[in-house]
Write a protein that binds this ligand. Structure first.
Ligand code: PLI
Length: 458
């Protein structure tokens, strides 16, 4: 059969409130053209993020009822720990309320002011936590990872030569190397097993530990199965175990590939770091057998980890993201190639060439998608990255719009609707206005900035 069906039936539904274009034009104007300012029930298809937006299974909801809320030694913690260790065989597994809490604890323990932490492309919270510890976050992705049109199968790979040179140049100043799978900030692109092995070898030569930012580990493992020579016959579970056997530790946001709405963990082999991490955990998150979570959350994660490595699920997941990407390409919409695991990234700068980067083409496209079809997406471009620490403004390297697909939430007809909205936006694209910012906060402006459309002469 050619059709890859959603490998689940729907037992509980959430209504989507229908709106008209006129209503949406008013609502986005009232939100000052910032999609983060919308009420979520005014959104028809919410592609803002795949983080914390997964639909849980009947088994996970049943697990929620079995959660044990003992302060110490909860059996739910032990089920969580066993489920994590079945895939990621680390000695210490420390639950946290989400990924960035794991990052904060890791970097507080491992990093000193003046240190440098190389990665393929650090996610923004990872970068911010490294910087908050007084260290520098450095991105060393392969050159193909920065070229939206390159069809390299593993565009998340680390540039091994640059990593080797970097570690040689900064002896004693690199406490760990971090590699993000899949590379979210670079388009959801996977990292190959060969590259992970190469990074491990470089780290070994320099005596530096390797950590994996593992948010989308299952999607990454499935890409290895599909694309890397020698892995077609390996199970995804076996690929996952091999990936993590190459690392000394990991951070995880369970809000992605553990199929839950909240949660995360930090894991590692080093006893001394783990002891310090547990002390910080008790100070800021909770006792080590619950971290920042309830026992019921730990149950849902344990079950989610079994479900996410199911290969029927992963086949559907990767196929449904590709389905959207390929349909947009056929319409002539420029996207980052090849399509990543959790999202399609539209190249708004190429799609709207009449707008300069400082007229925010990504924002213009994101607003148009909402007005035309009630679709919420996320600008990843000059609005997000254009303001420099010295106060000046510069175009970001790319102006992208991310369409992130929540796991197990939307059906193919929802995605067909998104494609139809793009057809309409394509028809109107020469007329889409640029935007100016009328107010912005001192940091992380994209969440709360106010915008106004540019009219002729403004
Ligand atoms: O949102 P958290 O704190 O659970 O996780 C932070 C985080 C860390 N690493 C990576 C690669 C992420 O993608 C990530 C969170 N991503 C979000 C919120 C997203 O919308 O992509």
């Amino acid at each position: 059969m050619k059709t890859i069906i959603e490998p689940f039936r729907i037992k509980v539904v959430e209504p989507i409130r229908m709106t008209t274009r006129a209503e949406r034009e008013r609502l986005i104007r009232e939100a000052r053209y910032n999609l983060f300012g919308l009420h979520a029930d005014d959104v028809l298809i919410d592609l803002l993020t795949d983080s914390g937006t997964s639909a849980m299974s009947a088994r996970q909801w049943a697990g929620i009822m079995q959660g044990d809320e003992s302060y110490a030694g909860s059996p739910s913690y032990h089920r969580f720990e066993a489920a994590v260790r079945a895939l990621m065989p680390f000695r210490h597994i420390i639950p946290t309320h989400q990924g960035r809490a794991a990052e904060r604890i890791l970097f507080s323990v491992a990093v000193k002011p003046g240190d440098r932490v190389p990665g393929n492309t650090h996610f923004d919270t990872t970068r911010a936590n490294i910087e908050a510890s007084g260290a520098e976050a450095v991105d060393l992705v392969i050159p193909e990872g920065l070229d939206p049109e390159s069809r390299h199968p593993f565009k998340g790979n680390m540039d091994l030569d640059r990593l080797e040179a970097f570690l040689a140049e900064h002896p004693g100043r690199v406490p760990l190397v971090m590699i993000t799978v899949t590379n979210n900030s670079g388009g959801g692109q996977p990292v190959s097993m060969a590259n992970l092995r190469g990074v491990r070898a470089v780290c070994d030569r320099h005596g530096v530990p390797l950590f994996i930012d593992a948010c989308r580990f299952a999607e990454n493992a499935y890409f290895i199965k599909l694309r890397e020579e020698g892995y077609a016959d390996h199970s995804v579970r076996a690929i996952v175990r091999e990936m993590f056997s190459l690392a000394d530790g990991m951070t995880m946001s369970a809000k992605k590939d553990a199929l839950v709405n909240i949660g995360g963990w930090l894991a590692m082999n080093d006893d001394a770091w783990a002891e310090q991490a547990n002390t910080l955990l008790i100070l800021t998150e909770g006792f080590p057998t619950y971290g920042g979570l309830a026992g019921r959350d730990l149950e849902a994660i344990a079950i989610g980890l079994e479900e996410v490595v199911d290969e029927d699920y992963l086949q559907y997941r990767i196929a449904s993201t590709r389905y959207l990407g390929e349909a947009l390409s056929r319409l002539g919409v420029p996207i980052v190639q090849p399509v990543g695991g959790h999202a399609v990234y539209v190249d708004a700068r190429r799609m709207l060439p009449h707008l300069s980067p400082l007229q925010y083409p990504g924002q213009a496209l994101a607003v148009a998608l909402y007005e035309v079809g009630g679709i919420r997406s996320c600008e990843i471009g000059t609005v997000m990255f254009g303001r420099r620490p010295d106060g000046s403004e510069q175009p970001a390297p790319m102006d992208l719009v991310r369409l992130a697909i929540p796991r197990r939430v939307y059906t193919q007809s929802h995605i067909d609707y998104v494609i139809e909205c793009f057809e309409e936006v394509q028809r109107e694209k020469e007329r889409l206005p640029g935007y100016r910012i009328t107010w912005e906060p001192p940091r992380l402006r994209h969440f709360t900035a106010h915008f106004a459309p540019l009219t002729a002469g403004s």
